[in-house]
Structure formats: structure tokens, C-alpha cells
Design a protein around this ligand. Structure first.
Ligand code: 26V
Length: 854
């Protein structure tokens, strides 16, 4: 455990920073120096504490000063955005000294540091997170109230930073928070995209993408480090000097400039850095060309260079076979590794100890080119002998795989690599030659050798980035027990045999600070009132709720919290879609990226089946339901976009049918993001985790729902397996084919027509959709979709339909028995402490990074 002492006098006793890239602020004005606000009392949770008048007044004055001197605003005319800016700057001041202290401590103690390399950080809003972790939420609320400003209004001003697509990016954000909360020195490296994930509009039931511009009003969290930049080469050629040393002469150079955001841990005891790189042309002005009158041509280099950090790739399934994507990957991997080496040499002076002091985690293969890049830096620039450099690289790197979907396994054409990164490509060949030599020595033969090779010769010579990451790492991990097992039997089967023990499992987790304490303060308060505040520091204490699960008054209080969250969500639904929903109904929720394997279609089919059944018997004994969907589809993923349209079309017909009024509503909420998830999850009764078994690597939404007391309906896929083991089969609705059965069925050539022929309900559902019941203005709109499903149901939607409908039936029966429902809900919250990302990070620290932790 690497905590800095709780009673550190933050402003008074801080040593001068040893780390020049820390928040030194030598040009800091006196007016910027923070008031010394004490570390919050460790025994009192923030939202129960009463801040002192002096604390509130000090913060209020700090906000006022920020409004005047940094926002240049006037109190009487300031709008909510101005107050957000001022409040954030005042909050940031309270982090800076802690940040510096954490950097100093890391330097002084010579701790090994984690470098988390990720193309995506889906951080969402930061203000409420930072205030919560600092224990300043109440202080801020009162400070603003005294200025006539409402804290929630201020929170609402913050743009949702969507520098990621989905699970992989959100996991990176949860890990950053957990590393800061545990006190593990870490730096997250990524790209400062000017445009994050697109904003989704739903127009006439269809997804429309519009650019998102989270930086348009400035970003008060970040510090531009104008002194920290690296030049990144592309193209050109390689020569060999007389001494045999290789020299790369890039044809183009782009500059990477660092922007730092502090990541403050729980109780403000440790602060790490999120360092995002922005691309600039090395000669942005091109004055000569400009003066010659070529005003547009003079911009070309700048535009080309800066395109690298312009936009996040909005796909989360297929490698965009695009040069720009590879340029992004190399740009941020190279800048991050150069930065790591520079810092290491400054602190340690000896390149030989690089691995002892730095652990690099590759978040999927996106930064895998870093393996070749580190070799280039060590061998070509630092004159290190190959074998020593390779030992250092292997000891430094580890790699996390997040998907086995074949279309998402990155590979780059050799020809592209040779052109764009000629020296790196030579290094990849050298790595591969040694790797194949070793494999041959261990007895692998032809077919096996081609399957472990870094070069795929079958699809036009491509570099397999997963293989490069694998051979360059000392540990490779999957993200759930099932997924890790499948890694060993599918994509990495031969490599696993050649390197036994390298693949390990690290089941994902989520940060409870954001996903319980901040997202659901009402439930958190109830939990603290029931089992005491220790649970805020030790998630395992949630288990103490179990004895209360049968207690009628506790159940009622638990249900009451849900009711409050549902009323708030009902308002959001109405504001965003115009649809009125009844908070008393069962809220049945599926929110995640839209993808065929996640099977939103299965959910829609069941919705239509339920609708048909209700229409057939409107007086039947139905549990009223609200089906809630949200999620974005990759802009080029036509099938996923058609599924969004179908959900919206189904919603329109059902919501306007008086026969099912009060029984069934369907809402598709536009523009799903972290902030929206925070308001939906506490309000969900049922969590839909219904992917085709074997295809969802882990899932983390599943954990967020269970933590907040929703019951899961799900397949035995990803982390659902481990969730079901923990909450118990009485408290979860498991259905459908298991992973091995799904594989066998697909291999045997599954025929959906046979299944459909045997199910009257399914036939009726498909006929209605195909015949245009939900698209009367264009009756053929879904004919192709239904025909496709019958011809090749790749994700086994029809195969799992009956079993899913049966499970949904059990859901309804349990809902009718509130004491059973709420007992199960409480048991979910009580039994999912293990899915805290603190636990996951401790496992990484212990078994991958070799770091001392509690
Ligand atoms: C691939 C690509 C290819 C190029 C275009 C941009 C892009 C972006 C992301 C990806 C890979 C996506 C992988 C991913 O998000 N996997 C999810 O990771 C979660 C965290 O481990 C896990 O819970 C989900 O099950 C898994 O789908």
C-alpha cells in the first residue's frame, strides 16, 4: 500500500517536485494558491458530513476569485457555465498540491509506476467524481448555494468526455480511478481527441451522427504542458551506419504535445495523471509557402499532422483498415514510451533499470506497435544490445485482450507498415525470426509455426498485432474466466502451448465510487445507515447487507430508493423522447453499444411477443413493463443501425396502441453516454445481458446494474458466469445456450427455419415485423432483416428465443411477489463486492505488475 500519510500538510510541507512533469506551477500566481482544506474525516462519508462554516466560506471565496480572475465574469451576470468553470478551477486547486505530493513520493521512494496505454478513456464528467473523492460535495453545494447557484445545475454544464467507444474505454477510466484510490503510482496515456464519440440523434426513428465537441468551451481540468513534447516520425527510409547501427530518416515528423488531467483517488489521498497527446505540425505556419502566396497549400502539413488527434474512431468491432488509425496508434505509443524513458532517465539515470521501475499495460492491441517501438528506442537510440533490450521489453509489457470477435483482431498490411514505419517493420521481422526459431526448437512444426507467426501469410501478408503484443509481453490477460479460457482454445491456442502460464485471467471490475456512491447517493445513504460507513472504504462489507435481505422494512426502504430513481428517469425519458412511463412498472433495461452479438434484436422480438400476447388478452394478469433501450451503432454498421430503427418503430406502434396502455411501453433513449448510464442504472429493475454465449468478453454494465440491485436476465457469457456464481441462481435469470453449445450449433450448420417452424409465437412475431406491422409507411423495411435471420442466424437469436421468453416469464412471476423480488435485489447488491475494480487492480498489481499492495 503506497498511501501518502493522511495528515500530510498539503500546502505547507510539500517538497519541491522532483518530477518536472508534475504540477510544479512555477508561474503560479499567489491568488491561485489554495486554502488549506483538511483531508476529510475518514470516518464520515462526504454526503453525511456537515462542513464547517469556515470551509464553506473559504471555498466560496475561492470560487469567486476564479470567476473574477480566470473566467473574467461578474457574479451578477454569471451563467451556469461560468460557475461550472469557476467551481472546477477551485476544485482543481485543491488537487494540485496532492498531485505534486504523490509525484514527489513516487520519485523519492523509487516506486515502480504503471503506464496504462489506451486509445480510449471514457471518463465522462469529472466534477462530481473529484468532489466526491475529495469529500467536498457538501462543501461545494453550500458554497454555491450562498452564491445563489445550484450544484446540480453546475454539474449539468460539464460536457461528457466521450474519448472512447464502450467497455474497453470505460474500463480504462475505472482502472485509473481505482489506481488512484489504492495509491498505485500510474500514468494513463492516450490521445486528446478533439472530437470524441459522435453525438447520436434519433430522427424519424433513425440514428444520425453529429460531431461532438467537448472542448468547444475550453476544458478547465487539463494542463497543457508546453514543455513536454516529442517528435514522432513517419515514412522515409532506413540506413545502416559504418558501425552497423540502423538509422531511420523519417519523411514526415509530427509533434505530440502533452495535456495532463489529474485523477484523484478516494478520500483525496493519492493523485495520478491522465496524459493525453495532441498532434501538432512541427512547422505549422509554413511561412515560406505562405509568403509566396500559397495560403492554402501552406496549411496542408498542419491539417495532415493535426488530423491524428482530431477524431476518435467510432467503430468498436472492426479494425478500420485505414492509415490514419495506424498513424494514431503509433503516434501515441511512441510519444508515451519516449516520455516513459525520459522520465526514467531523469529519475534513475540508468536505462538498464527501466523494467524494474515501469510496467506498461497494453489496453488491447491498439498500442501493440509499442513493442517494436520500445525495441527501436532501446537498440537504435540508446545503443542497447538486442537480447538485453528484448528482456527489458518483455519484463515491461503486458497485454489485455478484450475481444475474440475475429473481425476485431487487428492486423496491418505489411506493405503499409513498410511504407509508414519502415524501421519498426524491420524490427518486427527480427522479433518474428527469433520467435519462430525458438518455437521450432520447442518442436513446433509447419502448420503450428504459421499459426504462431507474427505475419499472417494467408490474407495478403499482414502483421498480427495480437501476436506481437503476446510475444512482447510477460503476461497476457483475458477479462473474465470464460473469456480467458476461450483465449487459450481459440486465437492464442498455439501461443499458449508454446508459452504456458503466460495467459492469466483478470476479471473486470467497476469503480464503486462512481457507479454506486455518485450515481446512486440515495441507495448509498441507505446502505451506510444500515451497515455503517466502513463499506465506503471496504466494498466487501456489502456482504453485511445479506442478513437484511428478508427484512420487510429494509426491503421497503430499498424499493423506495429505486422508486425515487425511477421517477427521475421517467422525467428524463419524457424530456428526451416525449414518452410517458409509469415509475411503478418494471423497468427492463438494455443499454450498451448496438451490435448483433449483443442481441438487442432478441430483446425486441420478445417485446413484440409480449405485445402480441397482451393484445390477445388485454385483461390478463400482466406485470406492467417499460422496455428501455439506449446505445450507439458504428456509423458504417448498417445492420446495427437497422436494429435501432426497428426498436424505434416498435416503440412508436406499441406506445400508441390503447389496448396495451398501462401495460407496456418501449423507449429508445438517444445519445447513450456515461452520464446517461449514471441516471439509468439506479432506476433499472431488470438488466439485459443477453449476448450469444462466448462472444461478450466480460461486460461491465452487468456489474453496475447488479451493484445497484437490478436483477440480471442473461446468458452464461463473459462475467455473467461469475456474477451468477456469486449472487446465486435464485437471484438471477439465466437462460440459453452455453458457449460450447453455441459453438457446436454454429459448426453443425444451425437452421433457423426449423426452429421458427416449431414456434408459433416466434413465427407470429417475425411475420408481423416482416409484413410491416411496425413500418406501415414502408411495409418492406424489415423484410430483408427477417429473411437474413432465417437464412443465417449467426448469433443464434432464434435458437435462444424460447428459452429467453421462458426466463422473461419467470421475471414477471417474481415481480408479482415483491418480497421475493426485493430480497433478490438486495442479495445482488450484497454479493457483488468482488466486482470492484479495486479488486481487479490489486490482482493486476500482484500478478502482472509485481507491485506491493495491501
Ligand atoms: C476495436 C477497434 C477496432 C478499430 C476501430 C476502433 C476500435 C475500438 C475498439 C475495438 C475493440 C473493442 C473491444 C471492446 O470494447 N471490448 C469490450 O471490452 C470490455 C472491457 O474489457 C468488455 O467488458 C466487453 O465485453 C468487450 O466487448
Amino acid at each position: 500500500m503506497i498511501y501518502i500519510a493522511c495528515n500530510t500538510p498539503w500546502t505547507a510541507g510539500v517538497r519541491e517536485g522532483l518530477d518536472a512533469d508534475g504540477p510544479l506551477g512555477s508561474d503560479r500566481k499567489d491568488s491561485d494558491v489554495t486554502d488549506d482544506i483538511a483531508t476529510p474525516d475518514a470516518s464520515v462519508p462526504d454526503f453525511l458530513a456537515t462542513p464547517s462554516v469556515a470551509e464553506v466560506e473559504a471555498l466560496r471565496q475561492a470560487i469567486r476569485a476564479k470567476l473574477v480572475y480566470q473566467v473574467a465574469g461578474r457574479e451578477e451576470r454569471a451563467n451556469a457555465r461560468d460557475w461550472f468553470q469557476a467551481a472546477t478551477l477551485a476544485t482543481r486547486d485543491r488537487i494540485v498540491d496532492r498531485w505534486r505530493a504523490a509525484n514527489d513520493e513516487t520519485a523519492a521512494q523509487g516506486h515502480r509506476r504503471v503506464c496504462y496505454l489506451s486509445m480510449e478513456f471514457l471518463i465522462g464528467r469529472l466534477l462530481s467524481d473529484a468532489l466526491g473523492n475529495l469529500g467536498l460535495t457538501e462543501t461545494m453545494r453550500q458554497a454555491l448555494a450562498g452564491l445563489g447557484v445550484d450544484l446540480e445545475d453546475v454539474f449539468a454544464q460539464e460536457p461528457d468526455a466521450a474519448l472512447g467507444n464502450g467497455g474497453l474505454g470505460r474500463l480504462a477510466a475505472c482502472f485509473m480511478e481505482s489506481m488512484a484510490s489504492i495509491g498505485i503510482p500510474a500514468i494513463g496515456y492516450g490521445i486528446r481527441y478533439e472530437n470524441g464519440l459522435f453525438r447520436q440523434l434519433i430522427q424519424d426513428g433513425r440514428q444520425r451522427e453529429v460531431p461532438e465537441d467537448w472542448l468547444s468551451l475550453g476544458n478547465p481540468w487539463e494542463f497543457q504542458r508546453s514543455g513536454i513534447f516529442y517528435d514522432i516520425g513517419f515514412g522515409g527510409h532506413v540506413t545502416q551506419g559504418p558501425d552497423g547501427a540502423m538509422e531511420w530518416h523519417p519523411g514526415e515528423v509530427v509533434r505530440a504535445i502533452a495535456y495532463d488531467t489529474p485523477v484523484v483517488g478516494w478520500r483525496g489521498q493519492w493523485v495520478n495523471t491522465l496524459r493525453l497527446w495532441s498532434a501538432r505540425a512541427t512547422d505549422p505556419l509554413q511561412l515560406e509557402a505562405f509568403n509566396k502566396g500559397d495560403h492554402i497549400g501552406a496549411q496542408a502539413d498542419r491539417v495532415r499532422a493535426e488530423a491524428i488527434s482530431r477524431v476518435l474512431y467510432p467503430g468498436d468491432d472492426t479494425p478500420a483498415g485505414q492509415e490514419l488509425r495506424l498513424r494514431q496508434e503509433y503516434f501515441f505509443a511512441s510519444a508515451s514510451l519516449q516520455d516513459m524513458i525520459r522520465r526514467h532517465l531523469r529519475m534513475d539515470g540508468d536505462i538498464a533499470t527501466l523494467a524494474a521501475k515501469n510496467a506498461v499495460q497494453l489496453n488491447d492491441t491498439h498500442p501493440a506497435i509499442g513493442v517494436a517501438e520500445l525495441m527501436r528506442l532501446l537498440v537504435d537510440l540508446h545503443g542497447m544490445e538486442w537480447e538485453r533490450a528484448w528482456d527489458i521489453a518483455r519484463a515491461t509489457f503486458s497485454y489485455t485482450n478484450h475481444t475474440l470477435m475475429p473481425e476485431a483482431l487487428e492486423s496491418w498490411p505489411v506493405a503499409l507498415m513498410e511504407r509508414m514505419l519502415p524501421r519498426n517493420m524491420q524490427i518486427i521481422y527480427l522479433i518474428n525470426a527469433r520467435h519462430l526459431e525458438q518455437a521450432r526448437a520447442e518442436g513446433l512444426i509447419d502448420g503450428q509455426l504459421s499459426s504462431v507467426s507474427l505475419i499472417d501469410e494467408q490474407h495478403g501478408r499482414r502483421v498480427r498485432m495480437g501476436h506481437l503484443a503476446f510475444v512482447g509481453s510477460h503476461k497476457v490477460n483475458g477479462v473474465s474466466a470464460l473469456h480467458t479460457g476461450l483465449m487459450k482454445t481459440t486465437v492464442f491456442a498455439e501461443l499458449d502451448r508454446a508459452c504456458p502460464g503466460r495467459i492469466v485471467n483478470k476479471t473486470n471490475g467497476i469503480t464503486f465510487r462512481r457507479w454506486l456512491m455518485r450515481a446512486n447517493p440515495g441507495l448509498t445513504r441507505l446502505i451506510v445507515d444500515t451497515i455503517g460507513p466502513r463499506v465506503l472504504d471496504d466494498a466487501e462489507r456489502l456482504e453485511d447487507l445479506a442478513p437484511h435481505a428478508r427484512d420487510a422494512s429494509f426491503q421497503a426502504a430499498f424499493a423506495q430508493q429505486r422508486r425515487v430513481a425511477k421517477e427521475a428517469l421517467a422525467k428524463v425519458v419524457q424530456d428526451r423522447t416525449g414518452i410517458v412511463v409509469d415509475p411503478a412498472a418494471l423497468f427492463d433495461v438494455q443499454i450498451k453499444r448496438i451490435h448483433e452479438y449483443k442481441r438487442q434484436l432478441l430483446n425486441i422480438l420478445q417485446t413484440v411477443a409480449l405485445y402480441n400476447a397482451m393484445r390477445a388478452q388485454p385483461m390478463g394478469n400482466w406485470a406492467p413493463r417499460v422496455k428501455i433501450f439506449a446505445g450507439k451503432a458504428a456509423p458504417s454498421y448498417h445492420q446495427a443501425k437497422l436494429i435501432i430503427r426497428l426498436a424505434n418503430d416498435v416503440s412508436k406502434v406499441i406506445n400508441s396502441d390503447p389496448t396495451v396502455r398501462g401495460l407496456l411501453k418501449v423507449a429508445f433513449l438517444p445519445n447513450y453516454n456515461v452520464t446517461l448510464a449514471e441516471s439509468i442504472i439506479p432506476a433499472a429493475d431488470l438488466s439485459e445481458q443477453i449476448s450469444t454465449a462466448g462472444l461478450e468478453a466480460s461486460g461491465t454494465g452487468n456489474m453496475k446494474f447488479a451493484l445497484n440491485g437490478a436483477l440480471t436476465i442473461g446468458t452464461l457469457d463473459g462475467a455473467n458466469v461469475e456474477i451468477s456464481e456469486r449472487v446465486g441462481l435464485d437471484n438471477i435469470f439465466i437462460f440459453g445456450l452455453k458457449a460450447a453449445q453455441a459453438v457446436a450449433m454454429r459448426q453443425d450448420g444451425y437452421d433457423a427455419r426449423v426452429t421458427v417452424a416449431g414456434s408459433d409465437d416466434l413465427q407470429e412475431v417475425l411475420r408481423a415485423i416482416s409484413d410491416g406491422v411496425f413500418s406501415p409507411e414502408e411495409p418492406d423495411r424489415y423484410r430483408g432483416l427477417v429473411e437474413g435471420l432465417l437464412a443465417h442466424d449467426s448469433f443464434l437469436v432464434t435458437a435462444d428465443f424460447d428459452s429467453y421468453v421462458a426466463a422473461q416469464h419467470l421475471v414477471a412471476r417474481k415481480w408479482e411477489r415483491p418480497s421475493e423480488w426485493w430480497r433478490s435485489a438486495v442479495m445482488n447488491t450484497a454479493r457483488v463486492a468482488w466486482f470492484s475494480s479495486d479488486r481487479t487492480i490489486r490482482e493486476y498489481a500482484d500478478e502482472i505488475w509485481d507491485l506491493p499492495v495491501r
